[in-house]
Design a protein around this ligand. Structure first.
Ligand code: TLP
Length: 370
């Protein structure tokens, strides 16, 4: 049904005005923070970006972004890549040789959601470590490190994911990273952090991102999630590593040309959007608070950051059915298993949306019980 909304309510990203127009309001999209659209400042930055051929190292905007990123992350050097997946894969390719084994958390993105790329591209095998809320015990990792034996693969890399997506955006404490890194150094095994949402971890812990990045050799951060850039991730680490990573990026067809067009909004994301992530966390907590007293609905994560995971099995429906019902009422979410549903807050939703989602879920719960 059509109703009257402000133009801003219909499309928050394009128009900022209070003129009332007739229309259909957008869905409240909580599928992911990847769905955020570039802000006006980002669009303007893209339009005005100075560009050059980045394969020749001549794009001033990319150079500035990489410089700024290495400074913020406290690493010698940084590389702009197209996506989080590409960043993680380049890291694995650069750290490892075919036939290596990598150690990573059992539900980590690299293992769970990257289409088996580490096997397909780097030719490494995975050995998963079961964590608690995404946190791996250093002693479990240590026990999985291979000793020298002609039967065994060599352990080529340890990966930590922070925040941990499938653990519901859980923050991996820097103290845990510190222990893992100290142990890994004793065995001369590099540590890579999939920090797609590492700025969320820093915002939640109330510290600088360096508090985390000091405990790893290399890190991948996404600019296109809660930070709102349309495209892009950064890999950062030692200069020698980034030199080799640049070559892997080229091999993968990721050497781009006048890429300042997308590096400019990414720079806005990196320098101006990190402070506001706390707002997404407040919205997620506010939503969790509204939802926590519904019979049959269980919040299974600790809501450290911008993700709320619901178990809907108590409503005698599976996750697909719950997501379909939400969609019919104007809310988008994703399934996270047969009975789990993930709701993710981000720049393009606000507290009012959370209230709306809360009452829509209340209707679904009520409808199911009657
Ligand atoms: N995660 C996406 C989906 O792929 C599941 C999401 O909606 O959360 N590391 C982590 C921890 C991630 O959550 C993601 C994206 C990536 C890497 C990959 O980033 P992109 O999508 O840029 O390749």
């Amino acid at each position: 049904m059509e109703e009257y909304f402000t133009e801003c309510e219909i499309n928050r990203n394009l128009v900022h005005c209070n003129k009332k127009v007739k229309g259909t309001r957008e869905m409240i999209d909580l599928r992911s923070d990847t769905i955020t659209k570039p802000t006006e400042e980002m669009r303007k930055a893209a339009y005005e970006a100075q560009v050059g051929d980045d394969v020749y190292g001549e794009d001033p905007t990319v150079n500035l972004l990489e410089e700024k990123a290495s400074e913020i992350l406290g690493k010698e050097s940084a590389l702009f890549v197209t996506s989080g997946t590409q960043g993680n894969q380049i890291a694995v390719l650069t750290h490892c040789r075919p036939g290596n084994e990598i150690l990573l958390e059992a539900e980590s993105h690299i293992f769970y959601y990257e289409s088996g790329a580490v096997a397909a591209l780097a030719g490494v095998q995975t050995r998963t470590i079961k964590g608690v809320n995404g946190v791996m015990s250093p002693s479990h990792i240590e026990a999985a490190i291979r000793v020298e034996d002609q039967h065994f693969p060599e352990t080529g890399l340890i990966c930590i994911e922070n925040t941990h997506n499938r653990a519901g955006g859980a923050v991996i404490p820097s103290s845990n990273m510190k222990e893992i890194y100290a142990m890994a150094q004793r065995y001369s095994i590099p540590v890579h952090v999939d920090g797609a949402r590492l700025f969320n971890a820093a915002a939640s812990a109330g510290c600088s991102i360096k508090e985390f990045t000091q405990h790893c050799d290399t890190v991948q951060i996404c600019l296109s999630k809660g930070l709102g850039a349309p495209v892009g991730s950064i890999i950062a680490g030692p200069e020698e590593f980034i030199k080799k990573a640049r070559k892997w990026r080229k091999r993968l067809g990721g050497g781009l040309r006048q890429v300042g067009i997308i590096a400019a909004p990414a720079l806005v994301a990196l320098t101006k959007m990190t402070e506001r992530l706390a707002e997404d966390h407040e919205n997620a907590n506010f939503l969790a608070e509204i939802l926590k007293n519904h019979d049959g609905l269980e919040i299974v994560n600790s809501v450290d950051t911008n993700i709320v995971v619901l178990n809907v099995s108590g409503l005698c429906m599976n996750a697909d059915e719950f997501v379909e019902r939400l969609k019919a009422k104007g809310v988008l979410a994703v399934t996270f298993g047969t009975t789990l549903v993930r709701l993710t807050t981000h720049y393009d939703v606000n507290r009012k949306d959370m209230e709306k989602v809360g009452s829509i879920i209340a209707e679904i719960v009520k409808g199911k019980r009657h």
